[in-house]
Design a protein around this ligand. Structure first.
Ligand SMILES: Nc1nc2c(c(=O)[nH]1)N[C@H]1C(S)=C(S)[C@@H](COP(=O)(O)OP(=O)(O)OC[C@H]3O[C@@H](n4cnc5c(=O)[nH]c(N)nc54)[C@H](O)[C@@H]3O)O[C@H]1N2
Ligand SMILES: Nc1nc2c(c(=O)[nH]1)N[C@H]1C(S)=C(S)[C@@H](COP(=O)(O)OP(=O)(O)OC[C@H]3O[C@@H](n4cnc5c(=O)[nH]c(N)nc54)[C@H](O)[C@@H]3O)O[C@H]1N2
Ligand SMILES: [Mo]
Length: 766
């Protein structure tokens, strides 16, 4: 830490978890909820008879464990179950122009939306509208478009399987495959990369595998904040003596030391458990090179000692191995070292640990996927695992950490801009309409179409699309050009306020709340990171009596839009079993859906690679060759840094719960840039200096993408890499700076320069 005192920046020495987490939970409850209800609600999180935590997609032990404590799960739950309300009276008091001046934190912190609202341009305010009038008008505008492809149907991954299925059905019967979704900004590299390698775009491990594994390699994710329940699993593994090798440019506290709040002794003695056995501070975007280095070292070990590769597995189950070997042979160590910032001997050390382990799991998150090489990164992880047969055996496999709690389920039930022929054929057979065949827009293509005025209507099933996307300089005006925007949401956010000619905010029943329909209380279903599908039923009284469920709202819009539809939309909503019957008839793997979700814990979707069956065109797992640690990989001059955008501990994507990032030692502010001391020195900067971040001009293509007013702070981060918070730093991400293969924005490898900003002279008193 630098010498100078910087407001809000101080070292946090405690381990992750522990008493600090308990204190923060109590605070979240106190700020958002009536205290009497809170403990009861929290106790029902992830219980067989309760609701699925909206916080993350990490599974629970068959959903039968005792209450799993989780600070950030508690924040997600209390944020939704808050007693604060945004009513028609609230909207009557504020113009949209005024509300747009407030921060993302302030907007959501006003509380839960209570009534359907429509924007009125004459007053610049939202006014109450009836559900029927809203649906009718939405239907009219949609039917009035020149082609259905002028409409975009966005999904944020919190929607249930039932809501998402109806949403895709609505859009496809309307006539488009335009399904931008949060997955396009998140794990698309997994969805596109893994099927090429192993035939399916999902992880292959279960919680049982973590109990049997001998080595965990953790790449590019921050579970202490984003998948806190995973910390229990890592903690157990570490205490069993399983080595955990971490690749992360930043030192993340939870990956160093964690005190499990469930562990009585650790809590009582203020002790903690070291998590990572080895911590490699790879440079941002350097994982492809590091993975190639580990594989190269593994091949060298094979030559030296033999018996390192699983030759039988490679022969029987894979193809393409020789090409991989040839490519690794000609990749020079010097290039690998330069591009990942790690040494040959460090990577050899990893190869040795990997060669010793009989069962290895590799876990990864946004640190791997949100790069222009994201899809390659994922396939290289698969390569490394395949070399020792680490897929389809106990204790081993690939473990992508999904984002939103049901983002994986949304994909499974048809939220994709690239539907298969088979799926479309089923829809035609069951619903009696001809679904469109042409592929639709993903998230970036949607925004580009909006910028260019080709898309006129945007319907959002949750989320905060324009704020989550790169490049607000283009995205925000594009929202305002729309003829129609519709937002299904729980809380007010900026995207709702970037109003088009007509804009509707439709408030929904949340995960924690009772969803009562004609046949009684309903459950919804979700699929977690490990492909377990299970039911979730909220119990709280909805935030307002005027709320409707997501399935009911989607059905309402569909019925009002599709006048000749053969589907009785409202009948489906009376009883969600009926929606699940349709899912079962359309999509493989949902056999006996309604029966199986009534069993506590639910069921697992089919995962052929776990049985060493590979649904690839050749029926084999495929080694892939990353041609280079490549051309446009690190083409920049020496003073260019790689900017990573990350989440703080007090945030859920664009939802900001508070301004602290406790584990990283940042309190009450978010306007900081984390930088290595050597990079500070090279620029003549000191800890606490005011700087401006600028994306290199080549990427801006004539636009000057800048973020001024940032305080640079010294941090234990890989030299050459810097980090700032998302969404503030999105102004620096060009909309077209994406992984060409999967379309995901390179949110974690933006080439930037950091320049000193002279403080504004203080105005002299006259
Ligand atoms: N509380 C909370 N929970 C959440 C969310 C939230 O915002 N808040 N978001 C949810 C969602 S949608 C998602 S997708 C997940 C996100 O969960 P994570 O994948 O953990 O997301 P990030 O915060 O973006 O952190 C990525 C990590 O990758 C590291 N990293 C950055 N660049 C690189 C790189 O080039 N290489 C390597 N090896 N590491 C790198 C960063 O230092 C950071 O530790 O969490 C989900 N859960
Ligand atoms: N720079 C940068 N940008 C990023 C990322 C990054 O790491 N760096 N990460 C990307 C990732 S991984 C993701 S997933 C996206 C996230 O993008 P989104 O999913 O679009 O964003 P969220 O912030 O999760 O959406 C929050 C809003 O969802 C609504 N909401 C909450 N609960 C519910 C519910 O139950 N139902 C409905 N209908 N609405 C609800 C609320 O109104 C809330 O304001 O952002 C991406 N953007
Ligand atoms: Mo995500």
């Amino acid at each position: 830490m630098g010498k100078r005192e910087v407001p809000g920046i101080r070292k946090y020495d405690a381990p992750a978890g522990g008493w600090g987490a308990l204190k923060a939970t109590a605070q979240a409850v106190h700020e958002q909820m009536q205290v009497v209800e809170a403990p009861i609600v929290l106790m029902r999180t992830n219980q067989p008879t309760g609701f699925d935590c909206p916080g993350c997609a990490w599974p629970d032990k068959e959903h039968r464990s005792t209450f799993q404590f989780c600070e950030n799960g508690a924040k997600a739950v209390t944020w939704e179950a808050t007693s604060k309300r945004v009513t028609p009276e609230f909207f009557a008091q504020h113009t949209v122009t005024d509300l747009l001046r407030l921060s993302d934190y302030e907007l959501e912190n006003f509380g839960r939306l209570t009534h359907p609202m429509a924007y009125d341009p004459t007053t610049d305010k939202f006014r109450e509208v009836s559900w029927d009038a809203a649906f009718e008008r939405i239907g009219q505008v949609l039917r009035g478009l020149e082609t259905p492809d002028q409409a975009e149907f966005y999904t944020s991954g919190r929607a249930s399987n039932e809501a998402a299925y109806l949403f895709q059905l609505f859009a496809r019967e309307f006539g488009t495959n335009n399904f931008p979704d949060c997955s396009n900004m998140c794990h698309e590299a997994t969805s596109v990369g893994l099927p090429q390698s192993i035939g399916i775009g999902k992880g292959t491990v279960s919680l049982d595998d973590f109990e049997k594994t001998e080595l965990i390699i953790s790449m590019g994710h921050n579970p202490g904040t984003n998948h806190p329940r995973m910390m229990g699993t890592l903690h157990e593994a570490a205490r069993r003596g399983v080595p955990i090798i971490v690749f992360n440019p930043l030192k993340e506290r939870a990956l160093e030391r964690f005190a499990d709040p469930q562990n009585v002794i650790e809590m009582a003695t203020f002790s903690s458990t070291a998590i990572a056995s080895t911590y490699f501070q790879v440079r941002a975007g350097g994982d492809a090179a590091a993975l190639k280095g580990i594989m190269k070292a593994l091949l060298e070990l094979e030559v030296g000692q033999g018996n390192v590769l699983d030759r039988d597995f490679i022969a029987v189950h894979t193809e393409g191995f020789d090409a991989l070997v040839a490519d690794l042979a000609k990749t020079p160590w010097a290039l690998i070292e330069k591009e990942c910032g790690l040494t040959q001997s460090q990577l050899e050390q990893v190869a040795q640990a990997y060669a010793r382990s009989n069962a290895t799991i590799i876990t990864y998150g946004m640190g791997l996927t949100q790069h222009n090489t994201g899809t390659w990164n994922v396939r290289l992880i698969a390569d490394l695992l395949l070399m020792r047969g680490n897929i389809g055996k106990p204790g081993a496999g690939i473990c992508p950490l999904r984002g939103h709690s049901n983002v994986q389920g949304n994909r499974t039930v048809g939220i994709t801009e690239k539907p298969s022929e088979e799926f479309l054929g089923k829809l035609e057979e069951i619903f009696g309409f001809k679904p469109p065949k042409e592929h639709g827009h993903d998230a970036v293509q949607t925004m580009q179409a909006m910028v260019e005025g080709r898309s006129k209507a945007l319907i959002c099933l949750g989320g905060n699309f324009a704020v989550a996307m790169p490049d607000p300089e283009l995205a925000f005006p594009a929202m305002k050009q729309l003829d129609l925007s519709v937002h299904l949401g729980t809380k007010l956010n900026r995207c709702h306020l970037l109003v088009g000619k007509e804009t509707f905010i439709l408030p929904v029943i949340g995960r924690t709340e009772l969803d009562m329909q004609a046949s009684g209380a309903q459950s919804i279903t979700v699929e977690d990171s490990m492909s377990m599908v299970h039911a979730s039923a909220g119990r709280l009284r909805p935030a307002s009596q005027f709320l409707r469920s997501e399935p009911a709202i989607v059905a309402g819009m569909a019925a009002a839009t599709l006048k000749g539809s053969k589907t009785d939309w409202m009948r489906l909503v009376d009883d969600y079993d009926r929606i699940r019957e349709l899912i079962e008839r359309t999509i493989p793997g949902f056999d006996d859906y309604n029966e199986r979700i009534r069993v506590p814990g639910g069921f697992r979707m089919p995962l052929p690679p776990t049985e060493r069956q590979w649904p690839t065109p050749s029926g084999k797992a495929v080694f892939s060759v990353f041609p280079g640690v490549s051309e446009n990989y690190l083409p920049w001059e020496d003073d260019v840094l790689r900017l990573i955008t990350i989440r703080s501990h007090d945030q859920y994507n664009t939802t900001i719960y508070g301004l602290d990032d406790r584990y990283r030692g940042v309190f009450g502010r978010r306007d900081v840039l984390f930088m290595h001391p050597s990079d500070l020195a090279a620029r003549g900067l000191e800890h606490g200096d005011l700087v401006e971040i600028e994306t290199i001009s080549k990427l801006g293509k004539g636009r000057n993408l800048r973020l001024p007013g940032i305080t640079v702070i010294e941090y234990d981060i890989a030299p050459g890499s810097v980090a700032a918070y998302y969404p503030e730093a999105n102004v620096l991400v060009p909309l077209d700076y994406i992984d060409e293969e999967c379309g995901t924005p390179s949110y974690k490898s933006i080439p930037v320069r950091v320049l000193r900003q002279e403080p504004q002279p203080v105005a002299q008193a006259a």
